[in-house]
Design a protein around this ligand. Structure first.
Ligand code: BTN
Length: 265
């Protein structure tokens, strides 16, 4: 398994997380797994694992995977060590907001290149032109968060099961995407957004909600118990839960679930 170690990004700049290590794999099963090893090995906050290809990329939920041809996507995981000591197994309060804050950094970076709005589809997807551009996967372990990001960059097409629902940046730019430049930009934004004092502040929550996909729209929503309910997307709350309002004006905060389809007003 070939892995290169550096403290610098491809453009020669230092890892914005204080020059922490960046491990670059040509091929691995999942950067989440490699980042977990770096956590156990004692690597510092802001350590990054990036891969050209993952043979077993993971998505949210037990059955979900993230597949991409070699070199087509930007695939990485950042190790975030938490400042306050909490339980080894239970995530801290407000952990649910983390994927949205990570998504915010990715969305801003992409937008600075595309000048088209990138939305945060609760709880962990990024949407462009009503199609999925990127996904975020956050896992809590041993007082740290492993924040995984996958961005569709240079795909020329998608498998039939997601065709029409996924988009790659190449389609917007009309040519190959400099993935590593985008990576440097994203990393710099994550370093700022994920600082302890800012991570869960009101300004961050407002920025997340400004980008919330289908906000103010009626959607079908698969609740954690599997039932599909209808409601209007109100906002993400300060714990990262989705607030939905039903036809009678009652609001409910969901910790998990999935927005299925939406109708714009
Ligand atoms: C989702 O869409 O459900 C989340 C996808 C997250 C994919 C990224 S790719 C880099 C990192 N390594 C993984 O195995 N998964 C995340």
């Amino acid at each position: 398994m070939s892995v290169r170690f550096s403290r610098r990004c491809a453009d020669g700049s230092c890892n914005p997380f204080g020059g922490s290590p960046i491990y670059r794999h040509l091929s691995t099963d999942s950067t989440m797994e490699r980042a977990r090893e770096r956590l156990t090995a004692g690597d510092p906050h802001g350590t990054v694992v990036i891969a050209e290809y993952q043979s077993a990329g993971r998505g949210r939920g037990a059955a979900r995977s993230w597949a991409a041809k070699p070199g087509s996507s930007l695939l990485f995981t950042v190790l975030l060590r938490l400042e306050t000591v909490s339980s080894r197994s239970e995530p801290p309060a407000r952990f649910g907001l983390t994927p949205l804050v990570v998504g915010l950094g990715v969305a801003e970076a992409v937008e600075s290149w595309t000048a088209e709005p990138v939305r945060l589809k609760w709880p962990n997807d990024l949407y462009l032109r009503d199609r999925k551009l990127a996904g975020v996967l956050c896992r809590y372990r041993d007082n740290a968060v492993l924040a995984g990001v996958g961005v569709n960059c240079n795909q020329r097409g998608f498998p039939p099961e997601i065709k029409g629902r996924a988009i790659a940046l190449r389609e917007m730019w009309g040519g190959p995407v400099a993935r590593y430049k985008l990576f440097v930009d994203i990393l710099a934004r994550l370093q700022v957004h994920l600082k302890r004092e800012e991570r869960f502040g009101p300004a961050m929550l407002a920025a997340v909600n400004d980008r919330l996909y289908m906000r103010g729209c009626e959607v079908s929503f698969r609740a954690p118990d599997g039932k599909v309910v209808g409601g209007t997307v109100i906002e993400a709350d300060s714990d990262g839960r989705l607030v939905l309002e039903n036809g009678s004006g009652e609001r409910r905060n969901y910790i998990s679930g999935e927005i299925l389809v939406g109708r714009r007003p």
